[in-house]
Design a protein. Structure first.
Length: 276
């Protein structure tokens, strides 16, 4: 299961749909008369895209920089702080900034180090998703977004995930807006087909209690995209095999990504794994 890709795609979709979810996960109060919009922002000097930025419609509220991480990374604290500083340099009109670092679990936390004072002061909040989603699951039984996030951090165990899937089916079935209902259905299908590659669509329909929203699951955009994704991943894996050799030859991450026409993030991940 390509957990990093799944995690980022899922959270980007959920935070775009419900920006307040990020605030709730972080225990931050949601503004009563203002709203946030979730988007990605490219930092020009680094040619690097921040995982996400929550932009308020009220300028008196803080801009929130979001970083998500699913594996241990010794530079994750340095990265979110440097990205936040660079964002401020490029947006001098911003007066208040908040940083949210979402980690899969405590076991991958590398410690804030020199940035400990930012954590202690609350400017940088570190959230462990297995703990946060479990707590929210207890408080908000059956909410589709929370249950989907929960499935990203649970270990691969069909029997244990089955209870979450049953709740998720009820939650998706209860969404009255048809487009939102299909969005959550397709996000679930993408996640589950990737997490459990051995399952068939019929088995997934049986797990979800064959609700009407899943009757046309074979026509789901998510299913079609998954088939294309599997083919593209096969091509990508072939290219990634040569990345380590090119790094050893001294090429930069940007040069390799450009030459092989692959995402910079894939090259960066291999570079970090070679350094660990």
């Amino acid at each position: 299961m390509k957990t990093d890709i799944l995690f980022h795609n899922l959270f980007h979709n959920l935070f775009e749909e419900q920006p307040e979810l990020a605030l709730r996960l972080a225990g931050l109060p949601a503004p009563e008369h203002a709203h946030y919009r979730f988007t990605s922002v490219e930092l020009k000097e680094k040619a690097h895209r921040i995982d996400g930025v929550l932009l308020p419609d009220d300028p008196s509220l803080p801009v929130i920089i979001v970083e998500v991480q699913f594996h241990r990374d010794e530079q994750v604290y340095d990265r979110i702080v440097s990205e936040t500083a660079l964002y401020k340099l490029q947006n001098p009109e911003v007066h208040t900034l908040q940083m949210l670092l979402f980690l899969r679990s405590r076991e991958i936390d590398t410690d804030a180090g020199v940035w400990h004072h930012l954590v202690a002061g609350g400017t940088l909040r570190v959230l462990y998703l297995d703990e946060q989603t479990a707590a929210m699951n207890a408080e908000i039984e059956g909410e589709a977004a929370v249950l989907l996030m929960r499935l990203t951090v649970t270990p691969s165990d069909i029997a244990k995930d089955g209870a979450i899937v049953h709740q998720l089916g009820t939650a998706i079935d209860g969404i009255t807006d048809r487009k939102r209902q299909q969005l959550f259905r397709d996000l679930f299908v993408s996640l589950y087909l990737s997490k459990y590659k051995q399952l068939t669509l019929e088995e997934i329909r049986a797990m979800i209690d064959t609700r009407e929203i899943f009757d046309d699951i074979h026509e789901s955009v998510a299913v079609q995209q998954y088939g294309n994704q599997q083919r593209n991943e096969g091509k990508l894996e072939g290219k990634l095999e040569g990345v380590a050799n090119l790094l050893h030859l001294g090429l930069t991450v940007e040069q390799i990504a450009s030459a092989l026409t692959i995402p910079r993030e894939n090259v960066e991940e291999i570079r970090r794994s070679l350094q660990s």
